[in-house]
Design a binder for this molecule. Structure first.
Ligand SMILES: Cc1ncc(C[n+]2csc(CCOP(=O)(O)OP(=O)(O)O)c2C)c(N)n1
Length: 592
């Protein structure tokens, strides 16, 4: 187990890890904790993110012997879980976080709930008081299983040192297979401390767990017919396309049949924005053309999306004229929010292939594609940038996008800045958009950028954060400095929780209760105090130079970008509204 600045730098061969990979560690199993560590090793785990503490100490102690795994000590357990979550998003394999019992475990809760909403592969290992103390309100006792049951795909209270290794393997495999999601193993201290020589096997799911692969062939045939006959078809690509590694199949399918593609927020990166068939993104702050295409289509092929309310707006007005074909690996998602006329329960990649096999002719829809292109011209994504006004956040995002490689990973907090990053970045690759979609967790960006950089040391990483979100997890900068991670945090600083301020101005007659920050620290100075490079950006003329300075710096940089505090996110569909009626500015919003 290596500790300080243990993360290999980009382009630097991870010699220790390679060596360890060649020669698997056959450390002797003496305790339950050894079995936990061996099980993680069997799963191929390379990084763990966590914070030490009493009840989890035996597991940390067992990891001491495991050179092939690197533990990254985070400042707060919330940082650990978000870093592990981002690691899982970028690599596609479960990220691992660790915490002690009680407050350590409860500090993980937000991040576990976050991973659950977004179906992110994650495993949490929590210490627990010894079994004979459970129920006694012992020091640092919390019913972690009870607390996390509704927000995990599966959780396990480890009961025996002989089985704890298998428990961890099962949790890892369940987080990874089928619809991915967070799992948790609660590890009582006596279970991890007690002797055992039980060697865990490869991680495996229970025999009863059989996620579907191919969808019902009869429904697939019917769906293919409907698609072939469509006049105005649209594909809606959700996060399941990325999680199911189906982006190549999607691209091929869309091109073979000439069908325009819109992406959900978690699905962003599933289909390249610069493809002529791309209508980019849909939902509350989606593109006008993406939303209009869904509102006017006659067949909607939704793949790996749970049709959440930020995407659909009002259900009655969502794709009102469409036959809906819904592909999802989880049958619980079928007709949960949007009625599926053709439910195809299966793996995204396999079901796309199935549809491809069934489809004989491409739909005759040149007129529809022309209509979509016309909407693109009518409602372009743009913003005004008068010279006498303060810096525009959209401009900062655009400029950063312009100078970075296509596979740059973008993390974001939650709020207006997240929406500007989503709207104004040109998405070209899957697993490059790392943010909190369903739960909307402020504070996600800084630890997520750390997890992403560790997962992909050869890719550039930038996080766009808000001042409010940054203040929630800024302490994780200490980790980025210690590990000397080359990443940039751009704080789009409007001295407010801007998204709340925007809603107050739009829907609460401008009563700005608790949304403006009369005093906040200077973030460039705060960054310097942590040992990072701190940069301040106020003028549009300096944007390129400051970005360059941040990118060239060897270590983490924070750009405190002082933006126009009155800037709002548009297009906007009011909550529960009709996606075809989006506001492009304040006046439109009043008229809706
Ligand atoms: C943990 C958490 N608390 C509260 C909220 C509610 N909320 C949603 S957006 C937002 C504003 C975020 O402000 P900031 O991070 O400064 O970003 P901005 O909107 O200004 O870009 C708030 C408070 C939330 N999403 N998450």
């Amino acid at each position: 187990m290596s500790e300080r600045a243990s993360v290999p730098k980009e382009d630097e061969p991870d010699a220790e890890a390679d060596e360890a990979e060649a020669e698997p560690d056959d450390a002797e199993i003496q305790t339950g904790a050894d079995a936990v560590a061996a099980s993680l090793e069997n799963a191929g785990v390379k990084y763990l993110f966590g914070v030490q503490g009493g009840a989890i100490m035996p597991v940390y102690d067992a990891l001491y012997e495991h050179e092939e795994m690197t533990h990254v000590t985070m400042a707060h357990e919330q940082g650990a879980v978000h870093a592990a979550d981002a690691y899982g998003i970028v690599t596609g394999n479960p990220g691992v976080c660790m915490a002690t019992s009680g407050p350590g475990a409860t500090n993980l809760v937000t991040g576990i709930a976050d991973a659950n909403m977004d179906s992110d592969p994650l495993i949490a290992l929590t210490g627990q008081v010894p079994t004979n103390f459970v129920g006694n309100d012992a020091f640092q006792e919390t019913d972690t299983i009870g607390v996390t049951q509704p927000i995990t795909k599966h959780n396990i209270f480890a009961q025996s040192p002989d089985e704890v290794g298998a428990d961890v393997g099962e949790a890892w495999a369940l987080a990874n297979e089928g619809r991915q999601g967070p799992t948790l193993v609660d590890l009582p201290k006596d279970v991890t401390q007690t002797e055992t020589d039980s060697q865990p096997t490869e991680p495996t799911t229970p025999d009863t767990y059989n996620p579907p692969e191919e969808a019902d062939p009869v429904i697939a045939e019917e769906a293919a017919k409907v698609l072939a006959d469509a006049d105005r078809p649209v594909i809606l690509a959700g996060g399941g396309v990325i999680k199911g590694e189906a982006t190549d199949e999607l691209r091929q399918f869309a091109h073979d049949y000439g069908i325009p593609v819109v992406q959900t927020m978690p699905g962003t990166g599933a289909f390249p924005d610069d493809d002529p068939l791309s209508l980019e993104i849909a939902g509350m702050h989606g593109t006008g053309y993406g939303n209009l295409a869904i509102s006017n289509c006659d067949v909607l092929l939704g793949i790996g999306t749970r049709f959440d309310d930020r995407l659909t707006g009002g259900i009655d007005t969502f794709a009102p004229d469409a036959d809906v074909i819904h592909v999802d690996i989880d049958p619980a998602e079928i007709s949960k929010n949007v009625h599926a006329d053709y439910p195809l329960v299966g793996d995204a990649k396999q079901v796309i292939r199935q549809l491809d096999d069934e489809l004989e002719d491409a739909p005759d829809c040149q007129a529809w594609r022309d209509q979509c292109d016309q909407w693109k011209d009518e409602y372009p994504m743009d913003y005004e940038m008068p010279e006498d006004e303060p810096l525009k956040p959209q401009y900062v995002v655009e400029k950063y996008d312009e100078v970075t490689p296509d596979d740059t990973i973008v993390a974001a907090g939650v709020g207006q800045h997240q929406m500007w990053a989503w709207q104004y970045w040109t998405w070209k690759h899957p697993r490059t958009w790392v943010t909190s979609h369903g739960l909307g967790t402020m504070g996600y960006a800084v630890p997520a950028a750390i997890g992403a950089k560790i997962a992909a040391p050869d890719q550039e990483v930038v996080a766009f954060d808000g001042d409010g979100s940054f203040l929630m997890t800024a302490q994780e900068l200490s980790v980025a400095v210690r590990e000397n991670l080359n990443l940039t945090i751009v704080v789009l600083n409007n001295e407010a929780v801007g998204m709340v301020r925007q809603w107050q101005d739009g829907f609460y007659e401008g009563r700005r209760m608790a949304s403006e920050y009369p005093w906040i620290p200077q973030f460039d100075k705060l960054a310097e105090a942590f040992g990072a490079q701190g940069l301040r950006l106020e003028e549009a003329d300096n944007v390129e130079d400051v970005i360059q300075e941040a990118r060239e710096y060897d270590g983490p940089s924070v750009i405190d970008a002082i933006i126009d505090p009155s800037e709002n996110v548009y297009p906007m569909v009011p909550s529960g509204g009709d996606n075809a009626r989006f506001a492009l500015n304040e006046q439109h919003l009043e008229d809706l």
